[in-house]
Write a new protein. Structure first.
Length: 152
């Protein structure tokens, strides 16, 4: 049941709205914060050199402070900001969808954790899950297997 809930469009929409509203409030109040995200969901413009991108972990944290904080914008379900990378401070605009924000952190304390798991595939209905589990339980008993015709 929990898996169905956190994969639902309704729950993921709620997580996206909550992340958006929280970050808008932090930006309005001038509170620096960090975001934790899956680097695969992030785009860089201009693209970063491979010498920089190879050092990124799959889950990466971005610190929004100073100029990076001042350049932060949120629009059309995307957060973007300008940041410098590497020893040469290579400048790039970082953009990612709001639903890809896994955590928002203020002063090393997570103030938002995204529990949503957006699914690329069609949502499975709770009734369908229940039927599958019932069938699995029925078929777990070898004596019941002979009751069901096998199709070849």
């Amino acid at each position: 049941m929990l898996e169905t809930l956190i994969a639902s469009q309704e729950f993921n929409g709620l997580m996206k709205r909550h992340a958006s509203e929280l970050m808008e409030m932090l930006l309005k109040r001038g509170v620096n914060f960090s975001i934790l995200t899956n680097i695969a969901d992030v785009s860089f413009s201009p693209p970063l050199p491979e010498s920089i991108t190879k050092s990124f972990k799959p889950i990466t944290m971005f610190f929004l402070a100073g100029y990076t904080f001042e350049s932060t914008q949120m629009y059309n379900g995307v957060i973007s900001f300008e940041a410098g990378f590497g020893s040469d401070n290579f400048g790039s605009i970082v953009s990612l969808p709001l639903e890809s924000v896994l955590q928002v952190i203020v002063e090393e304390i997570p103030v938002f954790i995204n529990l949503g798991t957006p699914s690329k595939k069609e949502e499975v209905k709770p009734k369908e899950i229940g039927i599958k589990r019932s069938m699995d339980a029925l078929m777990a008993n070898p004596k019941n297997q002979k009751l069901i015709k096998k199709e070849f």
